[in-house]
Ligand binder design. Sequence first.
Ligand code: SAH
Ligand code: SF4
Ligand code: F3S
Length: 464
Amino acid sequence: MTEEQRRQSKGLFVRTFGCQMNRYDSERLAELLREEGYEPVADEGQADLVVINTCTVREKAEQKAFSYLGRLKTVKRRRPEVVIAIAGCVAQQNGASLLDRVPHLDLVVGTHGLAQVPRMLIRLAETGKRQCFVDFMYDFGDRFDGARTPQSPGVSAYVTIMRGCDNHCTYCIVPQVRGRECSRTVREIVGEVESLVASGVKEVILLGQNVNSFGKGLSGGPELATLLREVAKVPGVMRIRFTTSHPKDLSPAVMGCFAEIEPLCPHVHLPVQSGSDRILGRMSRGYTREHFLRLMAELRRVRPDVAISSDVIVGFPGETEADFRDTVALLEAVRFDALFSFMYSDRPGTPARRLRGKVPEEVKIERLQSLQGVQERITLERNEAQVGTITPVLVEGPSQAGQGQLSGRSPQNRVVNFSGHPDLVGREVPVLISAACPHSLQGVVAIEGHHPLPMVKETSCYGK
Ligand code: SAH
Ligand code: SF4
Ligand code: F3S
């Protein structure tokens, strides 16, 4: 960019809360707005347009969005010409009422409306009227399709393959705020992967709320397995991941892909939510504990080195001590590599909100802590089992731990930190694992035919 262009460009600041899909949407919005002359700036103070991309999956997530929105009042007071926009799931859920509630807000952009933002900005400037767009659009023929122009392409990039969700998990607000399931075409997705790879991306992470039902409603009936094969054919794609899978829909065809498709990483995120059949029923998850355990066994048979992560909710309405113990026992039986656990949170308009047997807050906290204690031990044990092995690490950049280290991921999605030259970013490097930490591994570059470290288990983590 020339100095002249920089002076003419407008500043964009996007703050993203929530899941990977929101991160994807924020990236695409920044790409779209670049065509309109907006360039990212480091903070709200320098921005002409501030966008908050929000999440409402739990009450806390929604509160975070509102508290940040509240703080933007001072930005607006200082510079009334700054445009403040709320996007994402809180915007979709609350719609135009947000404009009444928040006087310093200019735009409300629902989950299907990001492509409308340039038009909304023009209308705001021309009429002075604050704008709201919360329609659902199911044709995907918007400006979010087509080639990507990533602003600062990383080693890894998200690609949304479908929007929405047709499931009815009784606790979940996502179907309300993201709409019905709708898949992008294989051609569109492959085209996007091609443009990402051309800009230097090595790993693509295919996103959807329920990727196992990808393809529903598309002509020719492609399935996730078909898509994975097509994406793997794109020259230069080093690694492929996908998320989220649903245990009721994970098909033998997709499981088979883990043995067949070379770039497909051996990692599955498969949220179980509870280990109690009674609670799974009340959640309308559509599978039993037994079915889930069979899937675990089958995945590990097809791909013995697969890593499995999951989500669990504690304190769902009606959850007894015995139900909770069933969940803990499931964690011990499966031994997940990683787990995300949450306290149940009542969401507006969900069936679970009306269920009896709400679990007191202090019991939820106690259960969450106890569950997390169990899982921390299991994760550490599984990490420790890696010590002494050599694993290919796709290097993403400098390590957060500092110390001049690099950080990347193993195919199983474990974070690996090691010392190396920054030129290694974007390359896959064999690393000998020397120590296990609670959330990462420590290693050294493995030189062929030479083990630079004695093969002993270290007990301390780097920097600790
Ligand atoms: N589509 C994905 C993820 C949905 S949201 C799936 O089906 O798994 C991510 C996670 O948030 C869920 O897996 C669930 O564990 C959690 N979650 C969703 N709604 C929640 C609620 N009301 N209270 C607490 N956790 C919730
Ligand atoms: Fe929510 Fe269930 Fe859909 Fe996941 S599958 S987004 S938990 S309704
Ligand atoms: Fe949150 Fe919306 Fe994602 S509610 S989890 S940002 S789909």
